[in-house]
Design a protein around this ligand. Structure first.
Ligand SMILES: NC(=O)c1ccc[n+]([C@@H]2O[C@H](COP(=O)([O-])OP(=O)(O)OC[C@H]3O[C@@H](n4cnc5c(N)ncnc54)[C@H](OP(=O)(O)O)[C@@H]3O)[C@@H](O)[C@H]2O)c1
Length: 266
């Protein structure tokens, strides 16, 4: 079963991961086994082995992606536990810890935890893999390769997953919200909505490329745009007066703390 990938669930995130992996050719479609109670979600994976039997997926696979919603995880674990000996479960469920999963699986099953984000569907994801503890490199390497099909992978201690969710998993939506404000502002200033959104979105993309490609710090890049007495400096002054940084930090804190609360309830 080595070299066979399973997936329990194929919803928004599970489906995006599977699509990225198949598009990259990491696994041939017949060696990908997917179960879902939602037939329409399986239609996109007709070349794979699809069905609704979670135990059959585990039996056919070495590494199994667990892509259900967090509250559905305990029920799935109880169902698949008798089939998990020697296999590795790769969970993406927010807030569900490696130890809480291990507690419901046989002692010779392995567990990995990843926090992905949705841009992986566009090859621009940022996934955080909790440092694999006691997991054979074969499984850990496959997990990294899966998420590298859709972007970058950072490996961090598991107790940093909640903080990293505030920077990645959830942060995608902060930029969407910022784009919505910029588009609406552009319209109020007479710029057609489509053009305003294109300018804002392309600028976010360009800023990201400069951040990752220039070798310069965010502060140095900001300084190179915000020349004294100029337009950007005027914007920064208004941001300082209205507490832009403080609002961002409060949001990051709230996101991290919600992850910790979810963790305690799982
Ligand atoms: N979406 C994101 O941006 C994001 C980011 C990071 C992490 N995640 C994590 O990814 C996981 C999935 O999120 P999602 O947004 O993809 O949710 P989703 O679209 O609801 O997908 C979950 C899928 O699992 C199915 N499912 C439920 N019970 C099942 C079972 N017993 N066996 C097999 N499949 C079952 C669900 O079917 P039903 O709808 O019929 O229940 C649904 O199709 C969550 O744990 C979430 O924390 C998501």
């Amino acid at each position: 079963m080595d070299g066979h990938l399973g997936s329990i669930g194929a919803g928004h995130m599970g489906g995006a991961i599977l699509r990225a992996v198949l598009d990259a050719g990491l696994y041939p479609p017949p060696s990908v086994h997917i179960s879902s109670p939602v037939p329409s979600e399986l239609e996109a994976f007709a070349q794979c082995d699809t069905g609704s039997d979670n135990a059959a997926v585990v039996n056919a696979s070495g590494l199994i992606l667990l892509a259900t919603r967090p509250q559905q995880v305990p029920g799935v674990l109880r169902e698949i536990a008798p089939h998990m000996s020697g296999k590795c479960l790769l969970s993406i469920a927010a807030g569900v810890t490696v130890s809480s999963i291990r507690a419901l699986l046989p002692p010779d099953a392995y567990v990995l935890r990843v926090m992905p984000n949705l841009p992986l569907a566009y090859g621009a994801g940022a996934a955080v893999l909790a440092k694999p503890e006691g997991v054979p490199e074969g499984f850990a390497g496959q997990a990294r390769a899966i998420f590298e099909c859709g972007g970058i992978v950072e490996v961090l201690d598991e107790d940093l997953i909640n903080a990293s969710t505030a920077l990645g998993g959830s942060a995608v939506a902060y930029f969407f919200r910022m784009a919505a404000v910029m588009r609406a502002w552009g319209e109020r200033n007479g710029i057609p909505a489509d053009a305003a959104l294109n300018i804002a979105a392309q600028t976010m993309l360009g800023a990201s490329k400069m951040l990752t490609g220039s070798g310069k710090t965010p502060g140095a890049l900001a300084e190179s745009v915000a020349v004294p007495g100029g337009t950007t400096e005027a914007a920064f002054r208004a941001f300082d007066e209205t507490g832009f940084d403080g609002a961002l930090i409060a949001g990051l804190d709230a996101c991290r703390d919600r992850g910790i609360a979810l963790y305690k309830s799982c």
